[in-house]
Design a protein around this ligand. Structure first.
Ligand code: SF4
Ligand code: SF4
Length: 350
């Protein structure tokens, strides 16, 4: 499919055109943060910096109603109560413009859990199938980026429908899927910008540097499972704020709550946070992960060891670096993984 050119001064009109057909989300600056919001002409999209939030909420909202329910007493037999349930499913077509290649890659971590032969999360799938991504290539990777350690790259197209590459005067829009071709069909031909776009991608790929081999992490993190001293040292700075989980494009845990108003109610799904002490608190008061060392071990171990062991070696981290950049005390997941790989093998008992 032919690449197209989007001049800077036509960005707003192209987004307005998309908005006529799709719920169109773009990065918008709000105070110190850059978050995804529906496009509005009054707010220029912020495409110059990496968004604070990932694109995760476009497919997996922070908070969503799964169903409403209503109790009705049988008039003839008041001891009997009927429950009327209405499922809620959002399959309105959406386009997300300006997420980064690592953001889109994050959805593959979800797919392996919510779209399996045995388990189909219908709410997730309705949005996943109807959400299209115009990813923006990273011209200059940040010092916190490490997508190339986990199989990605600054101009990776996996999961994207269009790759948007910054060039002089605008962006080269490279369709990846047929849907992507449709999204950029109205734009002008981009052939004249292709060589420049390739140079931008080559420069970004070179700038991110050599990948560190983390393939040993899967076995090594498991071997360190009972090494309390190791995990206490790695987690000593952590203040259990949960920022890392909320910003992560691959954290997929959720909680379910029923909110009842008299005889009616709504079942809500909300993001959960494994760095919170309440995450594993049981009704008895027992907590199998009572300390922040237990919780950080779980977060890192899940992404680099337990998940890969269940999903053909795929790591549940896309190297976006958000958990490093936004951690208030600079806990660095790269350092923890490397420390685990370098740690002496624990002594075998017996
Ligand atoms: S963002 Fe940092 S301090 Fe907060 S829970 Fe995560 S590792 Fe701990
Ligand atoms: S663990 Fe950190 S670097 Fe990896 S995907 Fe999540 S936020 Fe990004």
């Amino acid at each position: 499919m032919a690449a197209k050119f989007l001049p800077t001064n036509q960005l707003a009109s192209w987004l307005a055109e998309l908005s006529g057909q799709y719920r169109t989300l773009v990065p918008r600056r709000e105070g110190d943060a850059v978050v995804f919001r529906p496009f509005e002409e009054a707010f220029a999209p912020e495409l110059g910096v990496r968004p604070t939030m990932s694109t995760k909420a476009s497919v997996f909202p922070k908070c969503e109603p799964l169903m409403t329910f209503k109790y009705e007493k049988d008039e003839e037999d008041p001891g009997k109560v009927m429950v009327d349930v209405t499922e809620r499913r959002d399959d309105a077509p959406a386009v997300v413009v300006g997420g980064r290649p690592c953001d889109v890659a994050g959805f593959f971590t979800f797919d392996r859990v919510y779209n399996t032969e045995k388990i189909k999360d219908l709410n997730y799938l309705a949005r996943r199938e109807n959400t299209f991504f115009v990813s923006l290539a990273c011209e200059q990777p940040a010092t916190t980026c490490f997508c190339n350690w986990v199989g990605g790259g600054p101009a990776d197209t996996k999961g994207a429908d269009v790759l948007m590459v910054p060039v002089s005067g605008g962006w080269l829009m490279e369709p990846v899927t047929d849907k992507g071709g449709e999204l950029v069909a109205s734009l002008e031909d981009g052939k004249a910008k292709e060589a420049e776009a390739q140079a931008v991608k080559d420069k970004a790929n070179a700038a991110i540097g050599d990948a560190v081999d983390v393939s040993a992490a899967q076995d090594k993190l498991l071997a360190l499972f009972d090494d309390a001293a190791f995990w206490e040292a790695q987690s000593s700075k952590c203040i259990s704020c949960g920022t890392c989980t909320y910003l992560c494009p691959t954290c997929y845990c959720f909680n379910i709550t029923d909110e009842k108003f008299g005889m009616e109610g709504v079942r809500m799904r909300t993001w959960d946070n494994c760095m919170s002490a309440l995450f594993t608190m049981e009704a008895s008061g027992h907590n199998p992960r009572p300390t922040k060392a237990h919780r950080l071990k779980n977060r890192v171990g899940h992404k680099f060891s337990y998940y890969p062991s269940l999903h053909d070696g795929n790591i549940a981290c896309v190297g976006c670096g958000r958990c490093i950049k936004s951690c208030p005390v600079s806990v660095d997941i790269r350092a923890i993984v490397q420390n685990a790989i370098a740690a002496p093998a624990p002594e075998q008992e017996g």
